[in-house]
Structure formats: C-alpha cells, structure tokens
Ligand binder design. Structure first.
Ligand code: X8Z
Ligand code: ZN
Length: 664
C-alpha cells in the first residue's frame, strides 16, 4: 500500500506511516473547548491546526517525488526523492520538538491524540544530525531502487539473458521443474546480497533517530503504534498466532505430503520435515495458491479457474487489438497489440474490483485515477513493481502502482489496493494527522475483507467462473483456495518483524542476519532453503518490505482482522448461513457500516473503531477458525496417520509439540 513511505515520513498518506499510536485519555467531563494554553502566542490546539495545515501543504511535493522515484528509477529521481524525504523528516523532527512545549498543557482530546500520532508518523525515525539524516534518506532511496531494478543475469556475451522479479515469479508460478524453480529462486535472492551493508547502516541510523525520540530502538517504536503498551502488543501477536497455529500446521502437513508425492520423498522436503522454499509457487512462501494443480482436493469439483478466465479475457482483448490493425500486421504491430491488450485486461480487472466497492454504495474512482495509475510494467525503464496505493494530495488524486498480469493473484491484489484507496478517500474528511488507518492492520484488511466476499457464487455472478457445483467437495475446494492464500500467509506475516525486531534491538547482529532469518522461517513457517544460505547472502533483502522499510506485522493483523470484518459485514447484510458462504456484494447496509468505519480513520483508538464495527475491542482469531472449520476437519482426516510437524534447526522446534509426531 502505501509505500511511499519509504521515505516519506509523513507521507504517505495514509497508511503509510502508519504507526498510529497513542491512547486516548478518558474523556473529559465536558466537551467544552479546552482553555488555550498559550505558548509564544500559540495555543496547543492552534499548534495542532497549524501542523495539520503545513503537513497537508507539504504533502503533494513529497508524494510526487516518491511517485517518480518508484515509477522512473534512476539516479536523478532517487536523489530528488531522498531530498524530499530529508526535508520532510527534518520538518517532522521540528514539529515533534515543538510539540514538547505543550506537554501537560490543556488541549482538546483530539489535539492530544494528534500529537501522540505525530511522534509515530514515520516508520523511519531520522537522526537530527543533518549529515546522518541525509545519509539515511539516501540509503533508503538506494535500497528501494535496487529492489525495483533487481535483475538476475545468466550467460555471457550474446547469450547473456537477464530476468527481473516478475519473470522469475512466472517460473515459480507455472513451472514444476525442480531445478528451474531453484534457479529462479536463487537468482532473485542473489540480487539482494549487495544490500546487506546498506541495511546494516540503515538500522544504525534509524535506531539513532528512534533513540532521540525516546524509544529504546526502532522496533519498540513500531510496536508503540497500537494504542497499547509495546510489550502488550507483542504479547497480543503471540496470542493470536497460538490461536491459528494448529490450522496452519494441518495445511503444512497436507502440502508437504503432496509435494513429496510430486517431487519424491527426498526432494519434496528439507531435512526435519521442512517445505523447500523454492517449491511453494511463491518467492517468499507467503501464498501457496499457485500450487493449486497439486493441492486441489477434488479435481474439478467446482471449477475456480480465475486465471484461466483472465487469460481468456486477455486473448479476446488481443484479438480485438489485432483486428484493429488489420490483415498482415507485422511483428511490430503485433507487439503493440499485445501491449494494448495487456493494458486493456489490467483495466478491466480494476473495473471489476471497483464494481464491488461501488455495489456497496462507495463512489466510482475519479477520472484522474484512470489517467495517472500505473497499471502495467513500462518497457522503457525500471519501476518498483510491488503493488502500492497512493493518496497524492489528500483531496482526490489517488493512484495505484502495479505491474498487473492476468492471473488470480494480481486480480485479488487489485481488490486489496482499492481497499487502501477507498480508505484514503473516506478519511480525507479527517484532519491530516488522522488520515490513517485505525491501525496499520486495518488499512491492510479493507480490500482483503472484500476478497473474502469473492465467493464462488459472486465469481459466477460476474461470469468469472462457471455456474457453481454445490456440495461438500466443492466447499472443500473453495476453502482450500482461500486457505492457500490466507492461512499459508499467517506465519510469514509474523516472522518478518520477528526478524526486524531482533535486528533493531541488537539481538540479531549483522553477522547473523541470514542465519536468524532462516531460523525464523523454519520455526514459524516450517520452510527451508534447499541449499545452504550463509552470510554471503542477504535473503531478507529479497522481500520488498525490508529494503522498502514497511513494517510487516500489519499484514499478520490484517489476516486475522479481515475475518472479523467479514463476519460483521455478513451479519449487517443479514446473512444467516455459514460464514464461508456469505458474500455482501451489492448490500447497502454492509456498505454503510464499512464506510462509517473507514471515515473514522485514526481519529480514535482502534479498539473503539473495532467495537463499532464488530461489537468487540479485541482482535481475535475466532472468525478465522469458524470460517475454515470444514477445511480443518477435512485436513485432519487427510493427515491421519501421517507424521506432521517439523523440526526447526535441531533445537528450535516449531512448537513444543511440533517435533515429527503422528497426528490423528
Ligand atoms: O505488500 C502487500 C500489498 C501492498 S500493501 C501488495 N502485501 C503483502 C505482501 O505482498 O507481502 C499484501 C499481502 C502481503
Ligand atoms: Zn496493502
């Protein structure tokens, strides 16, 4: 989503910065305006109003610099983005310093919250020392640029070929050749090795910035953005993971078994029962949906071939584009027709996603969205393809940046990105400092809540899949499809920041970066590289959010929260059947509830916002388990008599009980 954060401290709009913190104090007796405590002529409330205005005024220039550096990667755009970011972070430090004068002074509750949020506005706390600040933003721009431009080359001279992330992901998505996948996986990871020095220095610099703000380290600062004590927040994530871990372990067991059937007992696992990292159909093992061919429970029971439908749409678009060019189109005309069709199908996919939001009563995207969005990968320059959503000016210039391909994963990612955009548009009514998610997990969960409502019935109603078979087998197939995206993700969503929290607090020193990374991958996800990955590599850098410095626990939270949101919206829509059957497509009441939550932004603690939507103040994995109950039952039966669980590096078993054991 908003990634602008990159550098942007402030930027980003929404969510970006997203560390929303601060607890709202108990409401004062009366909502009478607080007496103005005047500091040098300015009251606290006037101060907050001023920084809101200055923030908003400075915002478009920062987002423009960031947009250019992400959609036009070169030294110049990086320099400009780094400079813009440098100014923004320096300004932020000035505001935070000024805000200290108002501590303990009377001010409105909103101003108190705004000042607390101000301190947490960036995920890249910057040292005040101008040289260090400049060094920090330069490194940040360089790392993100390096990620976007990453390329894996083989061969020499005329035989030299280079592939970027998108092409390497295509291999993992589609090839079932063990060695081809290993090559693609290793190739991409080799591009990250040179980032290691930059990252280690980056950590030192942001830690200095965090210390100047009064935090023990950057990880503590990140964990302070949840309207609760940072330690309590960390404990919450443990609690949530414990709730859903048994479901993940069943899915892991089933998947490993199928991989061993496909690749052989030896190659289908890494010693200790771990899943080989290059065989999950995904570069980071975070979404296993591409393994559908191997993992589909009942062949053909309810066909959910979304990728097939999108490819068909592309072929149609291509046919139309070729037809326009007439008989005897040469190679160049054919190439242009292909580009035209790629753009056409990408826009059709986006219109499809927009239609869901509009069906809930939300507005159509503004015309400028369609003009300024990056839908497909440009041919003439490097860009950051990692999907993101941008609020450029807090007043309607919204855009997404993707390199859309006609496949299921990208289709659902568009729904995800539009969730950010509709959040941005909804909270544009708030003062700038409240233009953010209730917490960053909320921002990530909006579009995904819609994805949960993309039931087979919905997909059939929009002509994406054929009329749906009913019955137990179709249900299990539909649940498996969702689980490969949502359940497989859970431990991944947790481990990235387990690693960064350790890096920031110093318990993971640079000479153990890679070792600690793979220990955590093994412990939480039960995956391992097929070949040794020593400290010459920097595998964390191969995942966008590390060089992009986007906190990741938000996605773990989102993958729990979205089921709670979904359940509440289903109830609002009057659905009484099992949770997994519900869609609220076209339901105005669900839309009204959703929109009301979005419009609150970060204006109150997230617990209050959650309560308004769901009736509860707690994030809770119960809805995940309720949703997947049929699949979990089915998986247990499938895994009966098998030895499930894994050993993570000898001593650190995935769970106390996860040493290979027999379940069932
Ligand atoms: O980064 C994203 C979005 C943008 S906020 C495309 N996601 C995470 C990822 O790709 O790693 C969405 C799910 C997890
Ligand atoms: Zn997102």
């Amino acid at each position: 989503m908003k990634h602008r954060h990159l550098l942007l401290p402030l930027a980003l709009g929404a969510g970006l910065l997203s560390l929303s913190a601060c607890k709202k104090e108990p409401a004062p007796e009366a909502a009478a305006p607080a007496p103005a405590a005047v500091q040098g002529g300015e009251s606290a409330d006037a101060f907050v109003a001023r920084i809101n205005a200055e923030y908003k005024a400075a915002f478009p220039e920062i987002t423009s610099a960031q947009w250019l550096s992400s959609t036009y990667i070169n030294d110049d755009s990086q320099r400009i983005a780094a400079k813009a970011n440098e100014r923004a972070l320096a300004q932020l430090n000035v505001w935070i310093e000024e805000a200290k004068k108002f501590e303990g002074q009377p001010m409105s509750e909103d101003s108190k919250r705004a000042l607390a949020l101000l301190k947490l506005m960036t995920s890249m706390p910057a040292p005040k020392d101008p040289a260090k600040l400049s060094e920090l933003t330069t490194i940040a721009a360089r790392m993100e640029g390096a990620y976007g431009a990453g390329s894996y080359c083989t061969g020499e001279g005329a035989a030299k070929t280079c592939r970027q992330l998108g092409e390497l992901e295509d291999v993992l998505r589609s090839s079932r050749d063990y060695d081809a996948q290993l090559d693609a996986w290793q190739g991409w990871h080799s591009t990250a090795a040179p980032m290691r020095q930059d990252y280690a220095r980056f950590v030192e610099l942001v830690n200095e910035g965090a210390a100047e703000l009064g935090y023990a380290d950057t990880g503590v600062m990140w964990r302070s953005g949840y309207d609760m004590a940072p330690d309590a927040f960390a404990a919450e994530t443990d609690r949530l993971w414990d709730q859903v871990r048994p479901l993940y372990e069943q899915l892991h067991c089933y998947t490993r078994d199928r991989l061993q059937q496909a690749y052989g007992v030896e190659k289908g696992q890494v010693a200790g029962g771990l899943i080989p990292a290059h065989l999950t159909g995904n570069m980071w093992q975070q979404d296993w949906g591409n393994l559908w061919d191997m993992l589909e429970p009942y062949k053909g029971a309810g066909s959910l071939d979304i990728t097939g439908a999108l490819e068909k749409q592309y072929q149609q678009d291509l046919g139309a584009a070729l037809y326009k060019r007439g008989q005897g189109a040469d190679a160049k005309a054919r190439f242009e027709a292909e580009r035209e069709a790629q753009l056409a199908v990408a826009k059709q996919m986006t219109e499809r996603a927009q239609d869901f939001y509009v069906s809930l009563g939300m507005p159509k995207l503004p015309e400028s969205y369609w003009q300024k969005t990056q839908f497909i990968k440009p041919l003439d320059r490097d860009v950051v393809c990692h999907a993101s959503a941008w609020d450029m000016n807090m007043e309607g210039d919204v855009r997404t940046k993707m390199c859309i391909k006609p496949n299921e994963e990208d289709f659902t990612t568009i729904y995800h990105e539009l969730g950010h955009i509709y959040y941005d548009l909804a909270y544009n009514v708030q003062p700038p400092l409240f233009q953010n998610g209730a917490n960053d997990g909320f921002h990530e969960a909006i579009g995904d809540t819609i994805v949960l409502a993309m039931t087979p019935k919905y997909l059939a109603s929009i002509g994406m899949v054929q009329g749906q078979a009913q019955g137990q087998e179709a249900l299990i197939n539909a649940q498996m499809r969702m689980a490969l995206a949502k359940v497989a993700f859970l431990p991944f969503g947790l481990m990235i920041d387990r690693w960064r929290w350790g890096v920031f607090d110093g318990s993971i020193a640079p000479d153990r970066y890679n070792q600690a990374w793979w220990e955590l991958k093994a412990r939480y996800q039960g995956v391992a590289p097929a070949t040794p990955r020593g400290e010459a590599f920097f595998d964390p850098g191969a995942k966008y959010h590390v060089p992009g410095n986007t906190p990741y626990t938000r996605y773990f939270l989102s993958h729990i929260l979205q089921f709670q949101f979904y359940k509440s919206l289903c109830e609002a829509a009057g659905q009484t059947g099992p949770l997994y059957e519900c869609t609220f497509y076209g339901n105005a009441e669900a839309g009204r509830k959703f929109q009301a939550m979005l419009a609150k932004g970060a204006s109150q603690p997230w617990q209050a916002t959650l309560k308004e939507l769901t009736g509860s103040e707690q994030i809770d994995g119960g809805a995940v388990l309720e949703y997947f109950a049929p699949l979990q039952e089915w998986l247990k039966q499938q895994n009966e008599g098998k030895s499930c669980g894994w050993q993570a590096g000898g001593t650190t078993a995935a769970t106390p009980t996860a040493a290979p054991e027999t379940q069932g």
